[in-house]
Design a protein around this ligand. Structure first.
Ligand code: ARG
Length: 585
């Protein structure tokens, strides 16, 4: 379905051609939302620039455009204002027909993309044996939302978990495992190592304190790379343990990912260096093999190399990312590759992309983007930490959100003298608590830091998940109270927009298509949050001003359609953010 702006654009294009000839076709009508709602809904600002180009007064140009504009089925008669703005006011009859059309469409008027792409999204990507921290949480939540939105638009998305499962730290971990759990390397059973992060810390202490241990650790790295059986087994044990821990979080947050960790690319690394050598791009610097690309300098302003093979012959994070780019383009056939990490890695990606471009590994029809995000801060504005100064465990953070939601809920139930089952309380607490965490993250422009505050994210008022969920629940309340079968209602009812609140709500409902489609371009899910927030506000105003169940027919059915369409829009929008709705709360 076409959005209102795209319909208007098409009409303007016809008018430009009719008024100024073929050469004017394709002129941008410069449509914007009306600067003052009293003047209408949209304004066209093109007459000023056209006037300059054609050497005529913009007001005369504006009049010529209007004379050639066939728009009576969409808008009231356009009016010229100021130097030559053309003000447009949508006709209620047009809005009524459009609202009805999306109400009977299961996709709510959102068109599937004309040219779907295969898109690889690299997100979450925690590191084995290390804490999955709030940065990974952001990557997980934002990456999943972007994936859901692009999938809904019809793209073919591969969700890749680029887990850090390789590197010299494994030498130390394996050597330590051999000391404390020698049996683990030979028996067939899986071993539960308990808290891997504590294990990592102990191994590191041992490593830092003992030179012989250090040497053993180094040898384990060599054995791991050579594929020695017991060393590989130890490595796999460590990975499996971490995986189980990550999976708990993914299950809780309903995240689907395909694991393709760094180790996956090991066999492909020598060819990366070889090809760079053959292209003449490789430079030896202090024994390391590097590539220099223009525009990258260190703090001293000297050219900054991208190291792809270290002095000891080992490959690194960058080599792996170069191999991954080649694989995703060649084997996966990705036409867009999206990396969701904190903005601290912006330079790494810029440099890796630049090297891949220089090597001609990125065809012209492939787009490769880093989607950076800011820090999660505590209420003190600094990086989020526990009271004791440690990194916050994700499991604890999510549990706390659920516990606090439950306390709020129980208080509310007591105040309302409502009896609910334990199952209801547990479910509502979990859904609302986790939604609140996700929503608080997604509702910020991802590029900025945000302050993690349970009080704010769990508030029933404001741009929060509970506020959105309430608006949805409100409609479900109406449905139950009136015994309404929305499916049948939507199919038959006429939409009548009489009051301001109805018109305002209808116009907002019609913008969903445009908002969701825009995320395809800028990958900013917060646009959807803002949209849903405004939708909830407009719905609540409508609901306060317009009786629904008590209204006379045919107004009653029309208002019920608005209620249901609002609820379905909220449900869809929240689903695209990875947030589940509730029928009651
Ligand atoms: N494991 C990395 C980290 O924790 C993130 C990996 C991002 N993806 C990539 N292809 N480099 O920082």
């Amino acid at each position: 379905m076409f959005s209102t702006t795209s319909q208007l654009k098409a009409r303007f294009d016809k008018a430009f051609t009719a008024a100024f000839g073929e050469s004017a076709s394709g002129t941008d009508p410069m449509l914007t939302a009306a600067s003052n709602p009293n003047f209408g809904d949209f304004q066209c600002n093109a007459a000023m620039s056209l006037g300059k180009k054609l050497g005529k007064s913009p007001r005369i140009i504006a009049q010529t455009i209007i004379d050639n504009l066939d728009i009576a089925d969409i808008c009231e008669t356009p009016e010229i204002a100021g130097p030559g703005f053309i003000n447009l006011k949508l006709k209620p009859a047009y809005l009524e027909a459009e609202v009805r059309a999306i109400a009977i469409d299961p996709r709510l008027g959102i068109s599937e993309i004309e040219a779907p792409q295969r898109i690889a999204i690299d997100f979450s990507s925690p590191n084995i044996a290390k804490e999955m921290h709030v940065g990974h949480l952001r990557s997980t939540i934002i990456g999943d939302a972007i994936a859901r939105i692009l999938e809904f638009l019809g793209h073919d998305v591969i969700r890749i978990n680029h887990i850090g499962d390789w590197g010299t730290q494994f030498g130390m971990l394996i050597a330590y495992l051999r000391e404390v759990h020698p049996e683990a390397l030979t028996t067939a059973d899986a071993l539960d190592l308990g808290d891997l992060v504590a294990f990592y810390r102990q191994a590191k202490q041992r490593f830092d304190a003992d030179e012989t241990f250090k040497e053993t650790a180094r040898q384990e790295v060599v054995k791991l790379q050579a594929g020695a059986e017991d060393t590989r087994r130890a490595w796999k044990l460590l990975c499996d343990q971490s995986r189980r821990e990550f999976q708990v979080i993914y299950n809780l947050l309903d995240i689907k990912l395909t694991e393709r960790g760094e180790s996956f690319y090991n066999p492909l690394l020598p060819a990366v260096v070889e090809d760079l050598t053959n292209l003449g791009l490789l430079v030896e610097s202090d024994g390391a093999k590097c590539v220099f690309v223009d525009g990258f300098t260190n703090k001293e302003g000297e050219p900054l190399p991208l190291i792809v093979q270290k002095t000891d012959g080992g490959y690194n994070y960058a080599t792996t990312d170069l191999a991954a780019i080649r694989y995703r383009i060649k084997e996966d056939g990705a036409k867009r590759i999206i990396y969701v990490t904190d903005s601290g890695q912006a330079n790494h990606f810029a440099q890796v992309f630049a090297v891949a471009r220089k090597a001609n590994w990125i065809p012209e029809d492939v787009e490769i983007v880093h989607v950076p995000f800011g820090l999660v801060c505590g209420e003190d504005g600094k990086r989020l930490k526990t009271r004791s100064g440690d990194a916050v465990r994700l499991q604890d953070l999510l549990d706390e959100a659920i516990v606090r939601t439950r306390a709020d809920l129980e208080k509310r139930l007591a105040a309302e003298e409502r009896q609910e089952t334990e199952e209801f309380i547990a479910n509502v607490s979990q859904v609302v608590g986790l939604s609140a965490v996700k929503y608080a993250d997604l509702s910020q422009n991802r590029a900025s830091n945000y302050v993690f505050s349970y009080d704010k994210m769990l508030a029933l008022q404001g741009n929060t998940a509970p506020y959105m969920l309430y608006a949805y629940v409100r409609v479900q309340g109406i449905r139950r109270k009136g015994g309404i079968d929305f499916d049948n209602l939507d199919a038959g009812a006429k939409v009548i927009l009489e009051s301001d609140a109805e018109l305002v709500l209808a116009k907002h409902l019609l913008q969903l298509n445009e908002v969701i489609s825009s995320v395809d371009g800028d990958l900013l899910p917060n646009r959807i949050c803002q949209y849903l927030f405004e939708l909830s506000q407009k719905f609540n105003q409508f609901f306060e001003q317009c009786p629904v169940l008590k209204a006379e027919e045919p107004l009653r059915s029309s208002r019920l359609v608005l209620c249901d369409l609002t609820a379905r829009t909220l449900k869809l929008g929240l689903e695209l953010l990875g947030i589940q709705v509730l029928e009651r709360m």
